[in-house]
Design a protein. Structure first.
Length: 232
């Protein structure tokens, strides 16, 4: 059971992708309703996370399922994966068009789901000298705020694009964050099958980020090499 819970972030990718395919239009049309509902959820779970810190409860021990579902980072992960892949698929391809329609919504909702994770674990992470997640969070914060159309409209498009190039650094930090947890934390805290399973998780996360990097490079090279430009 614990093994399944540790894989939730990757498993959630499947229902989220189906949701985007079948209900992407609904999400796009009703984006503000989604933000209010999920924002409220993030606020309440964020407050609960602070409360748990204050009373010194280890939720991972007390309620493993709730921890995995809301606080372990598995809810936010699939949103950022889809945001990343939206930028990596080939121009005008069906997956790109499908994802690009809701990229903003996925990024905003992904950040909202990050709040309970960050609030519960920031102290644990920093006292274990692992600031990787916190750095990713801080890079994402201005990107999150400027993703809302009302704020975006106040910015010059070039200024907005330049700022959002920082998303690449946040993707790299997410990978370093997850890799450091599935390797360093894993080596420090686990033995036997659990240790092995940590490496399996590392392999799966690496495969996802590897495919993303491959697609990004492939499409960059296809677009940018002289043979594919009209001026060459
Ligand atoms: C302030 C920001 C963050 C802090 C303090 C933080 C902290 C942590 C800690 C301490 C763990 C280990 C939990 C455990 O093993 O039970 C963890 C796991 C995780 N974090 Fe973060 N994190 C942050 C940001 C992020 C971001 C931006 C993502 C993006 C997707 C993320 C995704 C994950 C995932 C998927 C795991 C589970 C990895 C696994 O064991 O399979 N975290 N985080």
């Amino acid at each position: 059971m614990n093994y399944l819970l540790d894989l939730l972030g990757i498993l959630f990718l499947f229902p989220l992708t189906l949701f985007v395919i079948y209900f992407g239009k609904h999400l796009h049309k009703n984006e503000h309703k989604y933000y209010v509902i999920i924002g409220l959820f993030a606020l309440l779970t964020g407050i609960y996370a602070i409360y748990l810190q204050v009373i010194g409860t280890d939720l991972k021990v007390e309620n493993r399922v709730l921890y995995a579902l809301v606080f372990q980072g598995h809810t936010t992960f699939p949103f950022f994966v889809l945001v990343m892949f939206a930028g990596a698929f080939k121009k005008k391809s069906k997956p790109k068009l499908t994802l690009m329609k809701v990229r903003r919504e996925l990024a905003i909702i992904g950040f909202l789901f990050l709040i309970p994770h960050a609030f519960l674990l920031v102290w644990l992470a920093l006292t274990n000298l692992n600031p990787t997640g916190t750095i990713a969070f801080l890079i994402m914060l201005p990107l999150f705020v400027t993703s809302f159309p009302k704020i975006r409209k106040k910015m010059h498009p070039l200024q907005w694009r330049k700022l959002h190039k920082w998303a690449y650094l946040s993707y790299a930090m997410i990978y370093i964050h997850i890799a450091s947890i599935t390797i360093v934390f894993n080596l420090m805290n686990n033995t036997g099958t659990e240790l092995l399973f940590g490496f399996v998780r590392f392999g799966l996360y690496t495969a996802i980020f590897g495919v993303y990097t491959y697609l990004k490079f492939k499409n960059y090279i296809l677009i940018e090499t002289p043979k594919n430009t009209k001026t060459a």
